[in-house]
Design a protein around this ligand. Structure first.
Ligand code: PAF
Length: 281
């Protein structure tokens, strides 16, 4: 496995893999890798494919009061794990290479990025859109894999690719969960034992609400019940909402694929999760 820190090295590796006829797959990450990331790598590993995992804690997607400074960084452990899982190259760009002095371009996606996490974290999706566009250009990937836990992020990235006529194929990979149902996240390590025990209320509340909405119960009542369950467990709720699974518009028709989305804070730790709801009728 190649460990690559400069753009010329990345381009040379990609050119060599292309010369052997390989498809280039990209798994963008911010490191602190867990089984959720490994599921992306496993999905990307296909005969005739070279898999690049990028590890870059992107300062542009963190707000001024967010956890950029304490975001977990575990480069050596991450690199070892990726080598064990058949990754072909790890792309580790330094911040100065990604955003050199004079960097002045940003990618903004309106509509799909305006609500939910976009409203709760102003500028977050501009940062994501900008870095992901750069990663696509740097790697010239044919296909890229993203976790469905960041469901709105996935919708934003699909929008960029469609709007900017990019040829990269985007694949969403189902959420990986702990045995009790908590979605895997690099931020779960912020939770102490008591908070971790209470955090399971998030997938449980979503599951109960999703089943109720899926059988046609009143949506507002189901959301209110979920909100109450989260408050009772000690969460401060940023949002819990039902959205169209493609456009993320609220109040979706019941015959459309829908997604129940939530973000809630347990102490200083912000967790997000979501559940699919099949169309009715
Ligand atoms: O999902 C993440 O880890 C990040 O938002 C991403 C896509 C790697 C962009 O920094």
């Amino acid at each position: 496995m190649l460990t690559i820190r400069d753009l010329d090295g990345l381009r040379a590796a990609v050119a060599a893999w292309r010369a052997e006829g390989a498809t280039i797959a990209l798994v963008p990450t911010m490191g602190a890798l867990h089984a959720g990331h490994i599921a992306l790598v496993e999905a990307a590993r296909r005969p005739g494919t070279r898999v690049i995992v990028s590890i870059f804690v992107n300062p542009k997607q963190f707000g001024p009061d967010e956890d950029l400074a304490r975001y977990p960084r575990r480069e050596s452990a991450d690199v070892r794990l990726l080598a064990e899982h058949g990754c072909d190259g790890v792309w580790l760009p330094p911040v100065e290479a990604m955003y050199p002095a004079g960097f002045a371009t940003g990618v903004t996606v309106s509509g799909v990025s305006d609500s939910f996490d976009g409203a709760a974290r102003p500028g977050h999706f501009d940062g994501v859109a900008t870095v992901v566009t750069k990663l696509f250009n740097q790697t010239r990937a044919d296909i890229a894999y993203f976790g469905e836990k960041d469901f709105q992020q996935l919708a934003v990235i699909r929008r960029i690719v469609a709007d900017l006529d990019m040829s990269v194929e985007i694949v969403g990979v189902p959420i990986q969960r702990d045995d009790d149902g908590l979605a895997l996240s690099s931020r779960n390590i912020y939770l102490d034992d008591a908070q971790r025990a209470k955090a399971v209320a998030l997938p449980r509340a979503l599951g109960v609400a999703a089943r109720a909405i899926g059988r046609g119960d009143d949506v507002e009542a189901a959301l209110a019940e979920a909100r109450a369950a989260l408050h009772a467990a000690g969460f401060a709720v940023d949002y819990i909402a039902l959205a169209d699974a493609e456009t993320l518009a609220e109040s979706p028709a019941a015959d459309r694929p829908r997604r129940l989305l939530a973000a809630a804070r347990m102490g200083a730790t912000r967790l997000i999760d979501n559940v699919a709801i099949e169309p009715i009728g």
